[in-house]
Design a protein around this ligand. Structure first.
Ligand SMILES: Cc1cc2nc3c(=O)[nH]c(=O)nc-3n(C[C@H](O)[C@H](O)[C@H](O)COP(=O)(O)OP(=O)(O)OC[C@H]3O[C@@H](n4cnc5c(N)ncnc54)[C@H](O)[C@@H]3O)c2cc1C
Length: 405
């Protein structure tokens, strides 16, 4: 029961079409062939995960069809429903695999979005084949939620090259990435309108990587650049377009974080159900105890509610050109609710397992550590609430203006 993710879209048919059935089959096929192995470090594990994703033709979900990625059946270039389903599958199987998949999207999409033809042909095929590993470097020690205040500088010299100086931190895949999408300010007087995106390669001069550990397996570290020379041919888009590129990338992939939360929560619920059915105390299975049954019933209900929110938002994102809205409020609600409820579901799973739930190496113990970061990265829960509340104010003002004619 707990070996395979549940990815059926039948109960959510209003949000999906037959195109997604094929993607679901591919993901389940991948899940059946996924083989996590023991590695000496998270960097080796990531390299292998990326290879397995590519060999099973799952990486192409992150690349637009016109650059040889997965065909889509909607008016936009990346299918939010497909990448969210993919992360639901990865989250069920393994947090580090999920991170590897997510970073291939975050690390390539700015190139799909804003790269010129030379940049696209140089970098994108490697993401599909698994030869390239992505990284997205936006956060700085003094600019986290408030990314517009980032301080890394990009100064153009007389030859037209840029010299990048500053520090990025919490950069997933630092040390394993083949290139970093780095956001630096080329015109600080213009504030966030000076932010510009660059492709930085690990062997560029002045690049220093300092890995550190977080509570669950995840290759991550600090990226320091000291007068790193980046040719203008590696600038993505125009000067000043970086903030827009970063936001468009995050808006495309943020919802998939909620997908990963669904997968982790589903895994926890499967494990907890199995344990409650098989573990006997006081003369019968734990599931016979009302308090245990109530925890499982609450978890099943919250997981279904989260799934409905998540795939509604994914559907609205895919149809945004038709509906004329980027679904920011629905995406924020989905990310907030799915990640917060996954934490609760996993906490209950630990509780239902008793001592086994905190034993190092058990699935509940692993999930408990893996799920925590999802409430922080790509917009913490508090920031999602800010987005929802702002949109509520706008909606109120809009209705009021209609009433006032
Ligand atoms: C595992 C992991 C992987 C990551 N990978 C990447 C990556 O690959 N690339 C990258 O660029 N970044 C990455 N990050 C960074 C991540 O995006 C930031 O941690 C996140 O944006 C929050 O920034 P911060 O940590 O500086 O917290 P802060 O912004 O300092 O926030 C601290 C707390 O204050 C709250 N807060 C902040 N502002 C408000 C407000 N206006 N109202 C209410 N509450 C507020 C926050 O929600 C949070 O709870 C990663 C982080 C983690 C944990």
């Amino acid at each position: 029961m707990s070996g395979q993710p549940y990815l059926s879209t039948a109960d959510l048919a209003m949000f999906f079409d037959t195109h997604h059935d094929g993607i679901t089959d591919d993901l389940l096929n991948f899940a059946a062939h996924w083989s996590p192995r023991e590695y000496s470090d998270d960097w080796l594990a990531t390299r292998d995960a990326v290879k397995q994703l590519s060999a099973n033709k799952v990486s192409d979900l992150c690349i637009p069809e016109r650059y040889h990625g997965r065909p889509v059946n909607n008016p936009v270039d990346i299918d939010a429903r497909a990448i969210t389903l993919a992360r639901e599958c990865m989250g069920y199987l393994d947090g580090l695999l999920d991170c590897a998949f997510a970073m291939q999207g975050l690390g390539s999409y700015p190139i799909s979005l804003a790269g010129n033809e030379d940049q696209k042909s140089r970098y994108l095929p490697g993401f599909i084949s698994g030869e390239r590993i992505g990284a997205f470097a936006l956060t700085e020690p003094k600019a986290g939620s408030d990314v517009g205040s980032l301080k890394m500088k990009a100064k153009q010299d007389k030859n037209g090259d840029y010299l990048l100086t500053g520090q990025k931190t919490y950069i997933s895949n630092a040390g394993v990435a083949s290139q970093y999408i780095v956001f630096a300010n080329a015109n600080p007087r213009k504030k966030s309108r000076g932010i510009t995106a660059f492709i930085v390669e690990p062997n560029d001069n002045g690049v220093k990587i300092d890995p550190f550990e977080v509570m669950a397996p995840h290759p991550i570290g600090t990226l320091t650049l000291r007068k790193t020379r980046v040719p203008a041919t590696r600038r993505l888009g125009e000067e000043g377009e970086g903030f827009k590129i970063a936001m468009q990338t995050l808006n495309t992939f943020r919802l998939s974080v909620a997908g990963a939360a669904l997968g982790m929560a589903r895994r926890a619920l499967d494990e907890a159900t199995k344990h409650a059915m098989e573990r006997e105390q006081f003369g019968g299975p734990l599931f016979e105890q009302q308090q245990i049954a109530a925890m499982l019933a609450d978890s099943a209900t919250e997981l279904d509610a989260a799934r409905l929110l998540v795939y509604r938002a994914a559907y609205l994102r895919d149809m945004r050109d038709i509906f004329g809205s980027d679904a920011a409020k629905e995406v924020a609600m989905a990310k907030l609710y799915a990640t917060e409820s996954a934490s609760k579901i996993i906490d209950r799973c630990v509780q239902i397992h008793g001592g086994l739930g905190v034993k190092k190496g058990s699935v509940p113990e692993r999930l408990y550590r893996e799920v925590r970061a999802l409430r922080i990265y790509e917009g913490a829960s508090e920031i999602q609430r800010v987005v929802i509340a702002r949109q509520m104010q706008k909606d109120y003002e809009f209705v009021k203006s209609l009433e006032e004619g």
